[in-house]
Design a protein around this ligand. Structure first.
Ligand code: ZN
Length: 113
C-alpha cells in the first residue's frame, strides 16, 4: 500500500473508532441514568449488580476504544514522519499483511510475539 492509501485506511479506522466511542458513551450514560431509578443497594439487589457489571463492561470497551484511537493517531504521526510501517523496536519493515490487519501496529510480528 502507498502512503496515501495508508492515510485513507487509518482515517477510516479513526472514524469507526470515534463512532464506537460515541455509541459506548451513550450506552454508558444510559446505564448510569437508568440505574438512578433503581436501588442504590448494589450488594443486595440482583439488578443492581447486573447494572454494575454492565457499567464495568462498557467502561472497559471504552478504554479499549480510546487506546485504539491513540494508536491510530500515533500511526498517522508516523506516516507524516515517514517512519510508518517500520517496527519501532527493531526498525525492520512490518509485513504488509500485518499492517493490513492492524493498521496501527507499531512492531513487526517478531517483536510483537
Ligand atoms: Zn521488530
Amino acid at each position: 500500500m502507498t502512503v496515501p492509501e495508508h492515510h485513507t485506511r487509518i482515517a477510516e479506522e479513526r472514524a469507526d473508532t470515534e463512532r464506537r466511542i460515541a455509541s459506548l458513551t451513550g450506552r454508558f450514560t444510559a446505564i448510569v441514568e437508568g440505574s438512578e431509578f433503581t436501588t442504590d443497594d448494589d450488594e443486595h439487589d440482583p439488578e443492581g449488580s447486573t447494572i454494575a457489571f454492565e457499567r464495568a463492561q462498557v467502561s472497559a470497551l471504552l478504554a479499549d476504544a480510546r487506546r485504539e484511537l491513540e494508536d491510530l493517531a500515533a500511526a498517522q504521526q508516523r506516516l507524516d514522519d515517514g517512519t510508518y510501517g517500520l517496527c519501532t523496536r527493531c526498525g525492520l519493515p512490518i509485513a504488509d499483511v500485518r499492517l493490513d490487519a492492524l493498521p496501527a501496529a507499531q512492531t513487526c510480528i517478531d517483536c510483537a510475539g
